[in-house]
Design a binder for this molecule. Structure first.
Ligand code: ZN
Length: 279
């Protein structure tokens, strides 16, 4: 019994307790596509062991975006092609070491593993879309717009309808807003829904339906609208768009959404900065 869950013919997911992450694998006749590589060399080796229980085929890898839990395991998968949006490779090259330091401070237990992890940017990049041939099936990689980051991509398997959404969709917790482009995120989720014709796999948590994503779109759109609506008044009262969102606004918005304050704080901070033209 292998640890993968087959959600459609030849399309597998494997969930890992660290950050409740969800990794994808699409098995073709000639190769297997691995979606995201986990956070460290140790975690990536565990993923490869798990993958070997699924198939002996060679792999090709895609990073949905630059965050450490999605791209820091890359080096362990070499030599192979690693695909991403050009912005992901660029961000890993430029900001990967700083991200590693931040995460080591945030998760001290992982610091040694992170320090022993070689950062390895994707070598196959694109701006809008790409197609990968796995032998008897293709998968489509698409950048639908800014959202969780400025370079998120989704992976669609047209023969099964499964769509891997990266962290544009998150199940079990509010999405991550620290590097987000809040004002663009609702439209990007709208594009994602236009494409979705089956199960949607978030970067964290369990597979979801389009109704779940519609609900998340409503929440993100409410945050974006709150930032857009309140910015002129905040600007006139001397608010620094790169500073913290006002506590009263964060508390009120979090209460309305039924969310903890931290993600709302991050979302409105980014949304206000974007409304002010500072991002
Ligand atoms: Zn992320």
């Amino acid at each position: 019994m292998h640890p993968w869950h087959e959600i459609a013919a030849g399309v597998f997911i494997r969930r890992y307790p660290f950050l409740d992450q969800t990794i994808g694998a699409v098995v073709g006749r000639e190769r297997v596509l691995v979606i995201d590589t986990r956070a460290t060399t140790v975690q990536a080796r565990e993923l490869i062991e798990d993958l070997r229980q699924l198939t002996r085929l060679p792999w090709v890898v895609v990073n949905t975006h630059v965050h450490f839990d999605h791209a820091f395991g890359n080096a362990v998968f070499r030599p192979c092609r690693i695909w991403s949006h050009a912005g992901c490779a660029d961000a890993l090259r430029r900001h990967g070491p700083a991200q590693r330091e931040n995460v080591a401070r945030w998760v001290p237990d992982l610091a040694d593993e992170l320090n022993g992890t070689l950062l390895d940017p994707p070598d196959q990049t694109f701006e809008v879309s790409a197609e990968l041939d796995l032998g008897d099936r293709v998968v489509a990689l698409s950048h639908l717009g800014r959202g969780h980051t400025d370079h998120d991509i989704v992976v669609h398997s047209p023969d099964t309808g499964v769509l891997f959404a990266g962290d544009l969709v998150e199940h079990g917790a509010p999405p991550g807003f620290e590097d987000s482009f809040l004002l663009d995120w609702p439209a990007t989720l709208g594009m994602l829904l236009d494409r979705a014709d089956g199960v949607i796999v978030p970067g964290h948590g369990e597979p979801v339906t389009r109704e779940f994503v519609e609900n998340q779109l409503t929440e993100v759109a409410f945050l974006a609208e709150t930032a857009r609506r309140t910015w002129p008044e905040l600007r006139d009262s001397g608010h620094d768009p790169r500073g913290h969102a006002p506590h009263s606004l964060v508390d009120e918005t979090a209460r309305y959404l039924g969310w903890p304050t931290e993600p709302v704080h991050a979302a409105l901070g980014r949304g206000l900065a974007q409304a002010a033209g500072k991002l």
